[in-house]
Structures are given as C-alpha cells and as structure tokens.
Ligand binder design. Sequence first.
Ligand SMILES: [Zn+2]
Length: 491
Amino acid sequence: MRLFNFYVLLLISGALSAQNNIDFDKFFINQTLRVDFFHSGDAKTEFISLDKIYKQGVWAGNPNQCIQPFELGSYKLLVMDTLTSQILYTKGYSTIFSEYQTTGPAMRGEKKTYHETALVPFPKKPIRLIIQKRAKDNSLAGIYSLVIDPADYHINTEKFNLESNEVVKIVNNGDPHHRVDLVILGEGYTLADREKFKEDLKYYSNLLLGFEPYKTRKNLININGVFAPSEESGTDEPRQHIYRNTPFGSSFNTFDVDRYLTVEDNKAIHDAIACVPYDAVLIMVNKDRYGGGGIFNFQTVFATGSDKKDYVFLHEFGHAFAGLADEYYTSQVAYQDIYTPGVEPLEANITALVDTANLKWKKLLSPGIKITTDWGKDKFDSMNNTIDSLQSLRAATIEQMQKAGKPKNEIDSKVNLINKQIDELYKKADDFIFNHPLKDKVGVFEGANYLSQGYYRPTINSIMLRFSPDQHSYGPVNDQAIIKIIEYYTQ
Ligand SMILES: [Zn+2]
C-alpha cells in the first residue's frame, strides 16, 4: 500500500467532479471495506495515519446513491478508481477531532489523537481512498490518500461476533440497501443490566419511530440493538472523580463541558457492531443523568436518564443523522472562533444571511414574515443574562462559604435559594419561547449556533434549541433536511 505523495495531494484538492450514475455492481461487491485511522493534531495541524483495513459484512448503504447528493460535514471521504480517476463514492462526515480543533487546548497547540473509521462499499479493483478537509470558507482540500488493492492479503477478514454480545432485532423492514439501518449499542450495561438494556432499547426505538418525520417513514427504518456486557454500570464522570470500566470508554465532561458525553473508543464500537449492517450508530449510555452528543455521520451518544432524556436523544440524533446545527446560543460550549464572516454554513437549519435573496429555507417562509424577524430577543437575552449571573453567584457563594468553614446545611440552604430563582427564570424563558405569538411561524430569527449575533434560525424554537412538551416533529425546515437524508439512504 502506497501512501500519498505531493502530486496526489494536489490532485485530490478542490472539488472533484463526480456524477451520480455509478454502476454499483461494476465497481463494488455487496460487502463493506472498513478502514481504521488515527487522526492527530491541534488547531492548526492535523495528521491521519492508517491503523487497519477490514473486509466486513454486507454493504448497508444505498447502491443508487454512491455519490452523496449534498455537501455536509467538516470532512469528505472519496473513493477514486486508480485506473481512470473516476470518483466512485463520496460521503461527508464530521469527527470529534474536528470539534477538538476549535477548543482552547487545541488552539494553544496541545496535540491529541482520536480513532476513526471509514466505511465504503468493497471495491472489485484497486481504489484510492481520499479524505478531504473543509476550510473555514467551506472549500475542500485533500489531507490523506491511500491506495487499497482489494486482493491485498493484509486486509483483515476476521469475524467479530463475540459470544458474549447479543444482537436484539427491533424492526426489520427489509433490504439494508434501501433502508436507514440504525444500530443502537449499549454502553455501561452489566450482565445484570441485560433486561434494562432491552427495555431502554425498546423505549428509544419507539420514541424515534413515533416522532416526525421518522414516524410516517418508519417502514423505511431498520433498527438492531447490540448488547455488549460491561464490567461496571454507568459511565465516567471526571468532574465527580467517577470512573467506570465500560467497553467503549464513554465519558461526560468532553472538552470539559459538564453535559457533553462522547464515546472515544471508536475501534471497540465498530468491532462490536460489525455483526450487523449499519448506516448510523447510536450509543446508549446506561446513566441517569442529563447529557449526550451527536456528530454528523460519526456517532450519536445519549444518557438514558434525566427528565429531558427524550429531548437529548432526538436532538443529538438530529446532529448525527442530518447534520443539523444547534439553534441555541445561551448555553456554555467549548468551541471558539466559530464565525467566519461572509461564509454561509452548510447546515440546513442555520444561516449567516450572506445572500438573503437565496435564503436556504425561502420556500418554507411564513407569508408576510419579515427578514429578519423581530422576536423580542432583548427580553429573552436579559432573562438568560440574569440566569448566568445567578449561576456565577452560586459558584462564588459555595466557594466563599466553604473557605469560611460554614456547615454543609447552611451552604445548602443558601444554594437552594439561588437555585429556586434560577429555576423560576428558566421557566419564564421557556414560557417566552414556547408560547410566543410567532411560535408556529418560519422566519429568520437571530441567535443560533452558539452565537447571539451573526447566525439565524428558522423558527423561534425547535428540538435543536429547547424541548417543549408539545413538539411532535423537528419543525418545518429541520424536517425537510431529515427527509432528504432518509431519501438518500432509501431511494
Ligand atoms: Zn446540540
């Protein structure tokens, strides 16, 4: 196997033209080529190195859509015919590494390594696998290239079916080539938690299949569960000094954000689910706590507890499955330097209003609505600013009282008073959003994607912002984006 040289790097930079009339059977067999990598670097540099190559089970993707008909994700995977340079397959995706690049430590030059997996249909003839990276202006440039000969005996064909693991079929609607194939992998479930795993699996499958736009398309979705017994129940919570021995290395406090739950042991994940066809992996973490994470075409992670568990699941899957952006801007995140002036983001549900005449959800705008839409943002912001101040006050109060050696019950009662005020304000802010006169309108609402200014969202609220009890879909614009992805996998 030859690694890339400079000439190839030039060749694979920029938009490689690709036509979506690939004769699948001419170029591929109905199996999966899995290529595992290590992806290392900091904010300015990155380096991809090969780990292992595998030949796995049937191809889960859609043979009619070898070339992904839309642009999304911070990376793009391409398969090129080495003889003719024809592009045979493309897929966009994002990674934990690309998120890491936007954090403080990465900007200070701290290098970190993450494991990643690329899945493509198994080729009949030698191919060049290419990875392109998106720059801040969304242009693509090649960062990695590898020639793979399908006849190479270094390609590992081992069976991954572990006797201790159990596949639980939830719904099977037929041929994986024309279905959205989801696998829900249990994390932090011990042997004693097996029944809880099955209950949770049913709960979240029903939640997904009962929520629009999946609900009316549920016969296009296959779901398998994979139970992989864990030594210990739960997950890591570093801020609480809690560490659990679990099969996939899940942890809260990713990038030091309290609620951000990700799963870094990527190799173990793909080993465990290699026994079923999958377009997307969801990792269900056995923990009663608010948190999760969703990265486009990479992973959905959700904790099974908390009163907002439905929201966490649907919200994170919206990121991972359809590449939807966060529409909120008032919560703490680790990402920095998010805004690039003059660049329209690729996500379907946010805009920088670079070209108002060609607004991406123009067709869905409510009649007569103003661009931009006045929604009383100042009032909402002032409630959130007060919440921020109260949270700072709470932290300072605890620190001061602990330093002064005050008894725990005295500290608790002070903190409870502040908590009551915070809860009341949260309720008021929810009420403002949930019962807003524009709540069913599609417009252009300022504030989205972690920024109060510069980015706009299509509705006052959606599941990509806050969860309200009367939500039955992701909202008009987000639903269209999700339907497009379902069609990509099934038509
Ligand atoms: Zn989110």
